[in-house]
Design a protein around this ligand. Structure first.
Ligand SMILES: *[C@@H]1O[C@H](CO)[C@@H](O)[C@H](O)[C@H]1NC(C)=O
Ligand SMILES: *[C@@H]1O[C@H](CO)[C@@H](O)[C@H](O)[C@H]1NC(C)=O
Length: 461
């Protein structure tokens, strides 16, 4: 009977586990706001023409420091990710992210917790697009009728202070059947949204269907690579650090006229992730890779961008699937295009607006030739994303291929069924033992009675 009791406990715990899984994962992020000196063109040249910035008339008007020009280096405030609440070990991010904050990923049903600490010199926040939040986690300062002081703490985190933001992803915030598997969003500071974003406080947020993300790396099961690119004319004249930048980087700060249109124009950085003229590193892939390009448009009325990929086409899903090689972006619009890369070489990737090309909104990506393992990996004639060929993440059960989350669900289902069967068997066995014992007792009673009769009859004699 003891073993049956233990089984009950196990069954109860399994029930809790199922409950937890059904509730989705909790994804915790420690983000810190830090100041950095950001170089929009650290290579000192236009990598596409090979010309040095100093010798390029247009590039130098944006990037060459002078008496009354800031040049290519600007102080910015950015989001960085840390390992824990000590905010001492920074989690490195891919070089191609530029000054964008770390990628926050979650699935439908998950809870995202962001512990944000402000190491900057002004109040800042974090405000997400596309997820569910209550008033204490909106991260926006405006007269929103929030009465209690606790509901205002998220609106502006003073320097040196912190706040914890909780966002959830209910079913009605997830991708629909007509959407791609993951929706592209952003997060940014929203004390003064325009100025906070121009200062550098923006990053990518990805919301996926259940079962899309690997549990450890958080990368997608159904793709080889993810790249997030923000096309934005970053207006450094709008940055909170403008005065500091003039003081630190202009040859003679006293000659600067902040009202001068030429000065203002020199601070408009036509950037992809904060780099100009193909100074953005790390956009490399292999022929045959299935690549998701998440494209973010930000800025103002000049920020109408047409993102053109040389040598490759991509698929754009919006109910139906379309093929194109140019994607449109407006300020505050986010798109994902899917590309089966098939043409080895180093290729241009740029905004197709003529003025923006001149001003440096271009970069390069490199497709390495297919190597043997990749040859096995993808059939280049299919237009569906590759099944995850990484055997470590796939299981075959009863002849069908299952993803990690499906395997978890199956194991729990089998365990619960096993426990139930065991309980039924225990009960059945108990009944049989009881009946047996009753039978034996009756037999014993009968033999005792018999003995009694025998005794009585011998006494009579
Ligand atoms: C966050 O702020 C609280 C007080 O508001 C403080 O007790 C705590 O130590 C802070 N945490 C960090 C990591 O700074
Ligand atoms: C640039 O920004 C400064 C500070 O916000 C402002 O005073 C100035 O008018 C701006 N210049 C132009 C040309 O808009």
């Amino acid at each position: 009977m003891l073993s049956c009791k233990q089984t009950w406990h196990t069954a109860f715990h399994l029930h809790l586990l199922v409950h937890v899984l059904a509730e989705g994962a909790t994804r915790v992020y420690y983000l810190g706001i830090r100041e950095v000196d950001w170089n929009y063109a650290p290579l000192g040249k236009n990598t596409i023409t090979g010309q040095s910035i100093a010798n390029d008339m247009i590039a130098s008007s944006f990037l060459q420091p002078a008496e009354n020009r800031i040049g290519s280096i600007y102080r910015k405030s950015v989001y960085k990710q840390y390992l824990d609440e000590t905010y001492t070990s920074e989690i490195p991010k891919p070089s191609w992210l530029g000054f964008l904050g770390p990628i926050i990923r979650a699935e439908v049903g998950d809870t995202i917790i962001v512990h944000l600490k402000n190491f900057g010199r002004r109040p800042f926040t974090i405000h997400p697009h596309g997820v569910f939040y209550k008033k204490d986690s909106e991260g926006s300062l405006y007269p929103d009728e929030s009465s209690s002081q606790d509901l205002k703490k998220d609106d502006a985190i003073p320097p040196g202070r912190n706040h914890t933001y909780t966002w959830t992803v209910p079913e009605d915030h997830g991708p629909t059947d007509d959407d791609p598997a993951c929706l592209t969003w952003i997060y940014h500071s929203h004390v003064d949204a325009a100025k906070d974003i121009a200062t550098g406080l923006i990053g990518p947020l990805l919301i996926c269907r259940e079962g899309t993300l690997k549990s450890v790396s958080q990368r997608r099961h159904d793709a080889d690579l993810d790249f997030f690119l923000m096309f934005s004319v970053v207006d450094e004249n709008e940055s909170w650090h403008l005065d500091q930048n003039i003081a630190s980087f202009c040859g003679d700060p006293s000659t600067v006229d902040e009202e001068d249109e030429g000065f203002r124009e020199s601070n408009k950085m036509h950037a992809i992730n904060g780099k100009l003229y193909a100074n953005l590193p790390g956009l490399t892939m292999y022929e045959g890779d299935w690549v998701n390009w998440y494209l973010l448009g930000m800025g103002q009325e000049i920020d109408i961008h047409t993102v053109h990929f040389h040598a490759e086409t991509f698929l754009y899903r919006s109910g139906k699937t379309y093929r194109a090689d140019v994607a449109d972006l407006f300020p505050g619009t986010f798109e994902v295009v899917e590309m089966l890369v098939g043409n080895p070489g180093t290729w241009l990737l740029h905004c197709h607006v003529a003025d923006h090309i001149h001003a440096g909104m271009e970069t390069l990506f490199t497709v390495f030739p297919k190597h043997d393992s990749v040859l096995l990996k993808t059939n280049s004639y299919t237009e569906t994303p590759p099944e995850d060929e990484d055997n470590g993440h796939h299981f075959v059960l009863f002849g069908s291929k299952l993803a990690h989350s499906q395997v978890e669900a199956t194991i729990i289902f089998l365990a619960v069924t096993g426990v139930l069967l065991f309980l039924i068997a225990c009960t059945f066995l108990g009944v049989i033992i009881y009946l047996q014992r009753q039978k034996r007792l009756r037999r014993n009673r009968r033999s005792i009675l018999d003995e009694g009769f025998k005794l009585m009859s011998t006494k009579k004699h």
